[in-house]
Structures are given as C-alpha cells and as structure tokens.
Design a protein around this ligand. Sequence first.
Ligand code: GLY
Length: 430
Amino acid sequence: MRILLIGSGAREHSLAWKLSQSPSISSLWTAPGNPGTAKYGENVDLNVDNVQAIADFAERNKMDLVVVGPEQPLVDGLVDLLKEKGIAAFGPNRQAAELEGSKAWCKEVLERHRVPTGAFRAFKNVSHAIAYLDGGARYPLVVKASGLAAGKGVIICQDATTAKNAARGMLDGNRFGEAGSTIVVEEFLVGPEASAFCLTDGRTFIPLATCQDHKALRDGNKGPNTGGMGAISPNPEIGERTLSLIERQVLLPTLHGMVREGRPFQGVLFAGLIMTAGGPKVLEYNARFGDPECEVLMMRLDSDLLPYLMACSQGNLEELEAPDWDPRPACCVVLASGGYPDAYQKGIRITGLEEVVEGPDLQVFHAGTTMKDGELVTNGGRVLAVTARGENLAEARRLAYEAVDKIHFEGKTYRTDIGLEAERALEHMQ
Ligand code: GLY
C-alpha cells in the first residue's frame, strides 16, 4: 500500500516509524515531514495548510491511505477533499473535526448529549462577556478562545479583572485572530488531569493504552504550559475501573452524540479530562493523536497500526480485535529550544545523536529539526522526543535520560522529572 502521512512533528515521526514496520506498506511519503521521517520514505515539500495541494498530490500519486497528524488540515477539510476523490483518509472530516476546531460548538454538543463537562457560557460580543464576568460569574474561571490557538488560547482567571482583560484581548484586541472571535467562559474544574484516546470509525471504538502528558515547561509542573514536555504510558493513575468509567460516561455518549448530530467521528478521539470528585469531566476534545502521547503509544503498540487506521477510515473497525500492547512502560522526554514556548532561535547545530543506539526500545523522534549544509540543526520549539521502553518505569526513564545526556545543542531545555511522580507513586504501592 502507498501511504501519505501529513505533518512534521515527533508525533508524525513516531507514526512513520510504526507504519514503516507494517508488512502491507510498499511506500511511505510524509508531507512535509522532517529529517526523522525521511528515514522511512520520501518527504514531500507541501505545507499542511495547503489542503488542496495535498489532496491533488495524493490523487496524482495514487495513495491508498492518507494519515493526517495535526489538527489544522482536519479543520480545513483535508479529509473531505480526499474522500471526494475516492482516497481513504484517517482522521475526521471538517464537520466532525469541529469538536477540536470550535470549543463553543464542542461544549454545546457535550451539553446536548449529557456528556459530563464544566458549566460554560459562549460569547461573541465583548459587552455581553464583560457584563457576565462582572455579574454572575464565579471565580476562578477559565476564558478560552473557541478556535485553534496552538494550545495558547486558555487563560485561568482568579478574578474579574484578569477575566475581563482576557475577554477584551480576544474579542476586541484580536489576540488570537479569528480563533478568539468567539470565547468560552468555563467553570474551573478541580482534580487531576487525565487524557484518554480511542480509535473510532464512527460506530465502534477501541480505547488505546493510557498515557500521561507533562504540559508545564519546568520540573514540578512549574512554568508556562507547552504542547507537552514529555509523556509516559501506561498512566498508573488510570486503572481499569477509571478507564471503564471514562469509556461509559464520556467516550461512548460523545461518539453516539456525534452520530445523532449527523457528524460521525472517524479517526482518533483524544479526550482531555479532569477527574473531579463527581467523576470524569471533559475539559476539551482533540481530533488527533496527542504529541508527545503518540510517541509513547507507538513505542508500546505491538500490533500492526495500519489495519486499524484503514478500518477507521472504511467503517469496519468492528472486524478487528483490540490491538496488543507491550506491557513494558514507555517514557518520552522532549528536548526543546531555549526560550520555548516563547521566542527561540533556530538553526542551532545538534550533536551527539550518533552516540545514541536506537532500536525497538529506544527512539529519538525528530520534531523541529532540519538539515542545513549537511548538518542537523534546530528548526522549532520542540526539537526532539527521546522515547524509551523499559522493564519498569524506572528503567524506561533511565534509558530515556541516558540518551538525553548524549544529545547536545545550545539552549537545550528539558524536564528532568518526566514520569518521576508516577515512579514514586508506584514505589509506594509496592
Ligand atoms: N500533548 C497535548 C496535545 O497534543 O495537545
């Protein structure tokens, strides 16, 4: 089969790594890809924003399946264009991707179908928002840009002044452009964060292994939020019982709800949750794999990924058994550029990768890297995602951090405590 993978992050490198192991693949292209994905096939110089050019390329080159990594091309309707051309695509169509593309619409759907989530109000008009924030609102609360804002459009507000500034910045000040032209004002939910992923063809769903992201930039969950500085799988905080609760109370009613909305969701559904005293509540939905969650999931997935992606696209997921997962834990440590998530330099030479011995239990997935004058240099905020699997979490962490120590670039920024809290909790349980 001829596969085209869309995206250029460590998520896509891990998908390319896993897909390249499938006996059914004849060739793999990645658009635009990175030096990591180039190891498994050809990188195609197409921007993910140019969905028409991607669909035309897929048609010209007779792709059997297009796997869409990031959210923007999903929200821009890439899957719709591909399906119009008769090309199978993994990922939701434009209407279903609104679950991520419009937080206001997502909250309405959750409310309509009784999926547990925080109380909310949506506003387009700044004076209506200000009247609410000055009047009936209870603090703390959260002000969110409704559209895609690269993970930056969420502001936790302890008081009315902060909330009003946030609302004005988005609705009046064009702070997040079109993404902030509608805002969601939401109850601040209290409890540990969790996420859950499932593959779905719209009718059947298969939950994926559990994992835990580490969003804050610095150790101890301090500093600004990022796209994710590391992940572990499994997540020891989500046991069988909790997972089954999430499936019954959250995933199932959401997927049924999407069918009733006339927008069946196909692809990978990623629920961001808060485990409140009253049970799981949805913080947000994403219409794609998480990054770096995907890296640890791919390292633990024993089954061939391709049949699952194809079945999601073709609506016959019920014919497949649940995939096999390696019981050994995985840990991913992200190496970021100095200054990330704010401004950072690009083009800094990366050395030491040749000293890392990669194999099934250790992979250095590329994100913001590129080749310049024959050398590997930094090219983004998150640069590399060092991912290891071990007999236990302590070993997975040790292997990942040994590799981290061998890789160098000026400004290299990473957390030293990915999975540490979970490792300590596991020690206590023994
Ligand atoms: N790691 C969080 C995300 O991918 O949105």
